[in-house]
Ligand binder design. Structure first.
Ligand code: AMP
Length: 425
């Protein structure tokens, strides 16, 4: 099979690495890709927001399957445009990607199909939103309705923070994404990520993970795209997974089909788990980054076989096997991240076989005058497996310490919650 992978981050490098291991694969292309992905794929200089150009490339090169990494092209309808051009594709339609593209849409779906989630209100003007926030009081959560690159959520512990969050949405800080706002009840508990592969009818459980969103050790400091992750998430016991499927995922699949927009692709549920069970915080309609990196390290089965089955509506015949080991990834970022990361510093010491089972996925790198350089905020994902999360953590940090990149930094405590649990603390 000839496969085209869209995207350029660490998530896509992990997908490329796993796809390249498939005996079904004859040729992998990636657009735009990165220097890490270039180890597994031929990079193509395609503008992936130009769906006509992507479809033209697929026709010319006789691409058998397109796999989309990031959310923006999905929300912009690339799956519809490629399918209309007769190209096979793994990923949700524009209507189905509303599960990520509109938080209000997802909340209304939850209300209509009885899916456990935080109580909420939807508003398109400041005065009404403000009145609701003042009535409910803090703590409270303010969310821009649309895609805001992970920045549209304010978890407000005081009324003043909540009002600032509302102002930021309605003054245009998030562009059109903030023209509508969801105001939510503040939930407490432990967060986890739960993934399913979906084919419009069947949702096949596809692993669990936990990530670290804050930039600093101890989960402090500004929010980021994610500074590390591990899998599996200990809080996702077989009982919680069974309840998540029955109470959240299956009603979502039925509801989306009933609304005329059946969901096919990766359904990524952000969950809050407390003594009453799981509640949905939000949906994403693609793999998490860096959660994908740890899932790919643990996946025993052939990813391409599974994605084909999803594209053909055949997931009810499939099962997924995982390695027993835990996996953990540490994000190395360029100094300045998440504000203004410094670009251009040279990274040494990541070439060649390490022979220790670790993988270094490229997230934001470039080649400049023959040298590998930092080219973004999150730059490398140093990923390892181990018998426990603690062992995977030791392996990952040992690999981090072999990298020669003085201008990079990482958190030193990725996985702390699971490691403490393993130690019985
Ligand atoms: P989201 O982009 O919706 O995942 O929100 C980003 C983060 O904000 C989540 O990972 C949670 O840590 C937090 N968050 C979102 N919604 C709530 C809520 N209703 N209660 C508490 N924390 C929340």
């Amino acid at each position: 099979m000839k496969v085209l992978l869209l995207g350029s981050g660490g998530r896509e490098h992990a997908l490329a690495w796993k796809l390249a291991a498939s005996p079904l694969l004859t040729k992998l292309y990636a657009a735009p890709g990165n220097p890490g992905i270039a180890q597994q794929a031929e990079l193509v200089a395609l503008d992936i927001s130009n769906h006509v150009a992507v479809a033209g490339f697929c026709r010319d090169m006789k691409i058998d399957l397109v796999v989309v990494g990031p959310e923006a092209p999905l929300v912009a309808g690339i799956a519809d445009d490629l399918r209309a051009a007769g190209i096979r594709m793994f990923g949700p339609s524009k209507a189905a990607a509303r599960l990520e593209g509109s938080k209000g849409f997802t909340k209304d779906l939850c209300a209509r199909f009885d899916i456990p989630t935080a109580a909420y209100g939807r508003f398109d003007n400041l005065a009404a939103a403000r009145a609701y926030v003042e009535k409910v009081g803090a703590p409270i959560v303010i969310k821009a309705d649309g895609l805001a690159a992970g920045k549209g959520v304010t978890v407000a512990m005081t009324l003043a923070e909540a009002l600032d969050g509302l102002n930021a949405c309605f003054d245009g800080s998030f562009g059109s994404a903030g023209a509508e706002v969801v105001v939510e009840e503040f939930l407490t508990g432990e967060e986890a990520s739960f993934f399913c592969l979906c084919d419009g009818t069947t949702a096949l459980p596809f692993g669990t993970a936990q990530d670290h969103k804050r930039v600093g050790d101890g989960d402090i400091g500004p929010n980021t795209g994610g500074m590390g992750a591990y899998s599996p998430a200990p809080v996702m016991t077989p009982e919680i997974i069974e309840r998540t499927m029955r109470e959240i995922i299956e009603p979502t699949m039925r509801g989306m089909a009933e609304l005329g927009s059946p969901f096919a692709g990766v359904l990524f549920a952000g969950l809050m788990i407390d003594e009453n069970g799981p509640k949905l915080i939000e949906y994403n309609t693609r793999f998490g980054d860096p959660e994908c990196q740890v899932l790919m390290m643990r996946l025993k089965d052939d990813l391409l076989v599974l994605l084909n089955a999803a594209a053909d509506g055949q997931l009810s015949h499939m099962s997924v096997r995982w390695r027993d080991e835990a996996a953990l990834t540490v994000v190395m970022a360029a100094q300045g991240y998440p504000g203004a990361p410094e670009k251009g510093s040279v990274i040494r010491g990541i070439d060649g076989e390490r022979g220790d089972g670790t993988q270094i996925f490229h997230a934001g790198t470039a080649i400049n005058a023959g040298a590998l350089v930092a080219n973004g905020g999150r730059v490398l994902n140093v990923t390892a497996t181990g018998a426990t999360v603690g062992e995977a953590q030791r392996q990952a940090y040992a690999a981090v310490d072999r990298i020669d990149w003085p201008q990079g930094f990482c958190r030193r405590d990725i996985g702390w919650r699971a490691v403490e649990r393993e130690a019985g603390r």
